[in-house]
Design a protein. Sequence first.
Length: 379
Amino acid sequence: MLAFTCYSNNAEALSYNASWMGILNSSFAIKADGMGAMLCMLTAVSFPLIFISTWTTAYKNAKNFLGLMLLTQAGLMGVFLAMDALLFYFFWELALIPVYFICSQWGNERRIKVTFKFFIYTFVGSLLMLIGILYIYSKTNSFAIEAFYNSALDSKQQMWVFWLFFVAFAIKMPIFPLHTWQPDAYEQSPTAATMVLSGVMVKMGVLGLLRWLLPVLPIASYSWGDTVSTMAVIGIIYASLIAFQQDDMKRLVAYSSIAHIGLMCIAVFAETRSSIQGTMLQMFSHGINILGMWIIVEIIERKFGTRKMSELGGIAKKAPALTIFFFVIAFANIALPLTNAFVGEFLMFNGILSSPITHYGIAFTVAPERVLSLVQFTH
């Protein structure tokens, strides 16, 4: 089991533990370990960028909109810091609920249908995760993360509990075939909400794999690793091929994001130090790069009145600074050397290729790399 340690020697300054639900043996335990602190920094950087980039957008009941956005931020911070399973579930729901209201009230014309689909997917996933948490609690009589790590479930128990957790995390990331809510939600949501969903909220699922799935259910993670990685590879190829056909820039970015998250999922289940380190670096880099893409889409839509690529042309002459920014972000998204995404992606591919956990390291490395490069260079 890989351990994620705090980056500071002063651990007391980075953790807090207080009595919360003593009757259930649950505490309000939060800690900013290395991964949590990094994702909190991503969240803290992302929200000001989102507000600044969309400040000219006129929202009906703007106070309600901004209040729900900040409530989402609070939930995300809690998910990244929680060291108690019940507290983790509480913040998981807290981060999602405001998004339902944001998408349903400030989205586009198909917002109700799309939000309902999003609600059904996430509700089912959350319910399955709650069942898994309560089952492990019945064996440990504690929600503390240390108790979950030491739960010592046998292999048969781990095999089915694994899917209770993984489905919840896979929906959030999302991973094929649980991804169908994402493109519609990204397209119909207001741009600010789309930025939160793609830049920060998908990292909830990746963190769930790293902090709550692999360490708690190591035998099942090893046994199901190739199955999950195969699903991720199918999702990468499938989403990339669909991205080829997109005319709407929002849907293009949405499908390309599925491919990037799929690669992180493969790296997690490679279970090597290089792949895990690369995944953590890539979570931050992907968040920054995808926000940059959404900012460009927002500027183009505001300046030219359309997101359809077939109706755009001559942007380099009309907006040269925007074009340069567009190229820089596009190169970063394909992990070109000297860009911020290169180090993380290189470490992930290196870890996948050298993984002793899987017999398909070459296939899991070559297929995603070729498809990701092809689809992004083409667009």
